[in-house]
Design a binder for this molecule. Structure first.
Ligand code: FES
Ligand SMILES: [Fe+2]
Length: 427
């Protein structure tokens, strides 16, 4: 349970809110690189942290992200002409470069210098790992580019997708650190999904429905350890990483690729669920890539606007027969929409004053506390929040079987840090 003012604090990320200001300390994923595939391609509307922006790629291939609306009389520049190194407003021809600087004002006298004085708000937009990242905070505090492992391994080793989710970012993110739902909601898929099946760890997952959680603070967020019984008195540990504000890495399974998420607020009632799959030491296979593109694993089938084909307008294609037969536990197909359907069913912003939390929710409780502490320190003393540092970003999840007397965070210490070229610790 959370008091109302704390719930408001954690769910509001517009420009004039405390968390909104803190969220702007991080580089965040803004678009897939495929959305701006070539110079002078069509501009794309982008809404992030409640700000309406336009992204485009100029004739030289440079990326720009700026205020969606023309400084003259507020036309959406989505209608703009992307030509000759700038985006030109179709109403009276004002033209902007990738920094938002007005570079041409053809309806003004020829020698007017007024264009120089007009500049739209703009943010950097940089490609890394197939994702276009932006930083929306004060320019003088811009941190170095992000180094999450999925974005730094060679391109053949990584795949990222995104999907529109119709609820506040926090309830989506809380699903990502809630390891106990996997044995219920996803139980029908663990042994059948091509990106999950066959791992030894799956049997521990399905065989012990009452995991014991041990959550330990990390520098950038939390290690969320879920312990289940293995054979001979040993424990099967699944250790999820959460790095502030919203990066999570799911523990690996067998030799499968490693997956995880980013949840990025569009506004307070919608978010982008970013889903990545990568392997630290090998290229993804054609079979894996085909499955990912087909919406298997944690990915989803989406339309041209990245909205899932199974969505709340069609009851997520609920299949009661599959539910009854146990083919899927909830009747919804696929990990991504199993999660999203339930998270959206909470309403756009869940009222956390009415929850009943139990011991398996300890990861969620500690994440909220860590966020609240960070917002306070940032707001009152300007303390840079956890997760901005590159060291905090260079972490991994792990799945390990350990003797009962070994604390997971000591026994798996090295497995929880990125070691380039070293395979993940996985069962
Ligand atoms: S509204 Fe854009 S140039 Fe006039
Ligand atoms: Fe899930």
């Amino acid at each position: 349970m959370l008091k109302k003012d704390h719930n408001d604090l954690l769910t509001q990320t517009g420009p004039d809110t405390p968390f909104g200001r803190m969220f702007r300390c991080y580089w965040i994923p803004a678009l897939l690189a495929e959305e701006l595939p070539e110079p002078d391609c069509p501009p794309v509307r982008v809404k992030l942290l409640s700000e309406r922006l336009i992204a485009f790629r100029d004739s030289d291939g440079r990326y720009g992200l700026m205020d969606e609306f023309c400084a003259h009389r507020g036309i959406s520049l989505w209608f703009g002409r992307n030509e000759e190194c700038g985006l030109r407003c179709p109403y009276h021809g004002w033209k902007y470069d990738v920094t938002g600087q007005c570079v041409d004002m053809p309806n003004e006298p020829e020698h007017s210098a007024f264009a120089k004085k007009v500049k739209l708000k703009s943010y950097p937009l940089v490609e890394r790992g197939g994702v276009l990242w932006t930083y929306m905070g004060p320019a003088e505090q811009q941190p170095p580019l992000p180094e999450y492992e999925f974005a730094t391994v060679p391109a053949p080793q990584t795949y990222t997708s995104k999907r529109f989710q119709e609820c506040n970012w926090l309830q989506a993110m809380e699903g990502g650190i809630d390891s106990s739902h996997v044995s219920f909601l996803h139980r029908g898929d663990i042994n059948t999904d091509p990106l999950f099946k066959g791992a030894r760890g799956n049997q521990y997952n399905l065989g012990d429905l009452r995991p014991v959680f041990e959550v330990v603070e990390s520098a950038g967020g939390l290690f969320i350890g879920a312990r289940r019984n293995a054979e001979n008195g040993h424990y099967y540990w699944r250790i999820t990483q959460w790095v502030m504000p919203s990066y999570t890495i799911i523990p690996p399974r067998g030799t499968h690729s490693v997956h995880g998420h980013f949840w990025i607020p569009i506004d307070d009632e919608n978010c982008w669920a970013w889903s990545f799959d990568y392997h630290p030491t090998r290229a993804l296979t054609e079979t894996e890539l085909t499955a990912m593109r087909a919406g298997k694993g944690i990915h989803a089938k989406v339309d041209g606007n990245y909205r899932p084909l199974a969505n709340k307008d069609n009851d997520y294609l609920m299949d009661r027969a599959a539910q009854k037969a146990g083919k899927t536990y909830s009747g919804i197909e696929g990990f991504a929409m199993q999660d999203a359907s339930l998270q959206e069913s909470m309403g756009p912003i869940i009222d956390r004053t009415k929850e009943t939390l139990v011991s398996t929710d300890s990861g969620i409780i500690m994440a909220r506390q860590k966020l609240l502490r960070a917002i306070k320190a940032f707001t009152e003393q300007g303390v840079v929040p956890p997760g901005v540092s590159l060291e905090h970003q260079r972490v991994r999840s792990a799945a390990v079987v350990l003797p009962p007397d070994q604390p997971f965070k000591d026994a798996a210490r090295e497995a929880l840090i990125v070691h380039p070229g070293v395979a993940p610790a996985s069962v």
